[in-house]
Design a protein around this ligand. Structure first.
Ligand code: 6PG
Length: 478
């Protein structure tokens, strides 16, 4: 066994330790490990002698233990900590070596870091790693950016640890500089939308269907056998099955209904707004978490008028199926919008991102892994320049089978006073995409009236303005 490592990991919290263990468990890898506090390194080594780690007490020992081209994956908290470790490695690495940031870094930070580090001839790779602690240990989905040259060395190592779907490793070179972290960010945005949609389906089944958490767990477990099969549906059934040991109540009933967020969903929406690409389902998911956390406002609310009707569900199986269809249709919109955002980002930042390859590596290992990602892979394989996933014939027929139920569920949720922001915004987005004429024409008139912001006409080229405060004649401005 080589006395030098072909890969190193810096930062041995749970994710870093699990990734190091995963790497060490694979044929051909010798793994160097380093942590600022050495006792964590010693604990990892003592708990896992089988990993045969090269344990370094100092960063110099760590660098010395790496065979060239030195390749190190940083697994520390995104932010200043990452910058500090990058600086330590960049001081000691040589041209051709590779620094990988495996944290949830903001892609603009990665673009900046890549510029700084590559100026020294050292490769910098921002790699999204999805799948949580279990994924890091058993097989994550990995989204590395950076140069093709770096990927020539790094890719084969990552392929040894990535999840495998349909016989293929869930890792691919996403694109240059920040492309990998950008795609990971969109992954997290879709994750937010997916989780919100599932939560809304649960709320409807609970409030209108009158099902208990345990019964809804069974419904989700059943749904997980069909087109909704996915990690998030699977774990939702587990969460809803859980009872609280202290009270014997359903676990979901003792949890405070205020959702947290580490921020990646917020980044997705901010970025989409800047790129001018709608991510309504993701945005509503982010805002739903914000609303749930408005403790003072929610505690201080007066009795608010509702005029809600009680949705009397006579045919429960039909109701459950309608909610399932509404969930699937809304999920398709969320993924379609996510892929649109990736395309918009690629255009803005000059990345060559293959959307089919992204769908392919999301089929396993990551939090949004789902059976229907095979369908998305197929759609982009058939037509890489698909203008929207919603225009692919498979998804057209999937929506066709669901849209009546989708409308019924959204309408009944509104009539019943049950909040379903992601369901309803996804349906409105779909109807907006379908519409031959949008009320944006009136918005243009309003903008021209108060701000002389001009407008285009449907029947002739050019830009126009109406003299609203004068004789209201129209003038052509270019
Ligand atoms: C993943 C997860 C991971 C993290 C979430 C939590 O892909 O493995 O997405 O990155 O657990 O980002 O994010 P929130 O705290 O924002 O829900």
């Amino acid at each position: 066994m080589s006395e030098q490592a072909n890969i190193g990991v810096v930062g041995l919290a749970v994710m870093g330790s699990n990734l190091a263990r995963n790497l060490a468990s694979r044929e051909g890898n010798r793994v160097a490990v380093y942590n600022r506090s050495f006792d964590k390194t010693q604990l990892l080594v003592s708990e896992h002698p089988e990993a045969n780690f090269l344990a370094a007490e100092t960063i110099d020992d760590f660098v010395a233990s790496l065979a060239t081209p030195r390749t190190a994956i940083i697994m520390v908290q995104a932010g200043a900590g990452t910058d500090a470790v990058i600086a330590q490695l960049a001081e000691r690495f040589e041209p051709g070596d590779i620094i990988v940031d495996g944290g949830n870094a903001l892609y603009t930070d990665t673009i900046r870091r890549e510029k700084e580090v590559s100026a020294k001839g050292i490769h910098f790779v921002g790699a999204g790693i999805s799948g949580g602690e279990e994924g890091a240990l058993k097989g994550p989905s990995i989204m590395p950016g950076g140069t093709k040259e770096a990927y020539a060395t790094l890719g084969p190592i990552l392929e040894t640890i990535a999840a495998v779907a349909e016989g293929e490793p869930c890792v691919t070179h996403i694109g240059s500089d920040g492309a990998g972290h950008f795609v990971k960010m969109i992954h997290n945005g879709i994750e937010y939308a997916d989780m919100q949609l599932i939560a809304e389906a649960y709320d409807l089944l609970r409030q209108s269907g009158g099902f208990s958490p345990a019964e809804i767990a069974d419904i989700f477990a059943e749904w997980n056998k069909g087109e909704l099969e996915s990690y998030l549906i699977e774990i939702t059934a587990e969460v809803l099955k859980q009872t609280d040991a202290k009270t014997g109540k359903p676990f979901v009933d003792v949890v405070l209904d205020a959702a947290g967020s580490k921020g990646t969903g917020v980044w997705t929406v901010q970025t989409a707004l800047n790129l001018g690409t709608p991510v309504s389902g993701i945005a509503e998911a982010v805002f739903a978490r914000s609303l749930s956390s408005q403790a003072e406002q929610r505690a201080g609310k007066p009795e608010l008028p509702a005029s809600a009707q009680s949705w009397s569900v006579e045919d429960k199986p039909a109701f459950v199926e309608a909610v399932r269809r509404a969930l699937y249709a809304s999920k398709i919109v969320a993924y379609a919008q996510g892929f649109d955002a990736i395309r918009a980002g690629a255009k803005e930042f000059n990345w060559e991102i293959n959307l089919g390859e992204v769908a392919k590596i999301w089929r396993g290992g990551c939090i949004i892994r789902a059976q229907f990602l095979n369908r998305i892979t197929d759609a982009y394989r058939k037509n890489e320049s698909l203008l929207s996933l919603l225009f692919d014939e498979y998804f057209i027929s999937a929506i066709e089978a669901s849209v009546a139920s989708w409308r019924e569920v959204v309408a009944m949720a509104a009539l019943s006073g049950i909040p379903a922001p992601a369901f309803s915004s996804s349906l409105s987005y779909y109807d907006g995409l379908r519409a031959e004429r949008l009320p944006a024409a009136l918005v243009q008139g309003q903008r021209d009236f108060f701000g002389a912001h001009t407008y285009k006409r449907v029947d002739m080229e050019g830009t126009f303005h109406t003299l609203w405060s004068g004789d209201r004649t129209e003038v052509q401005t270019d």
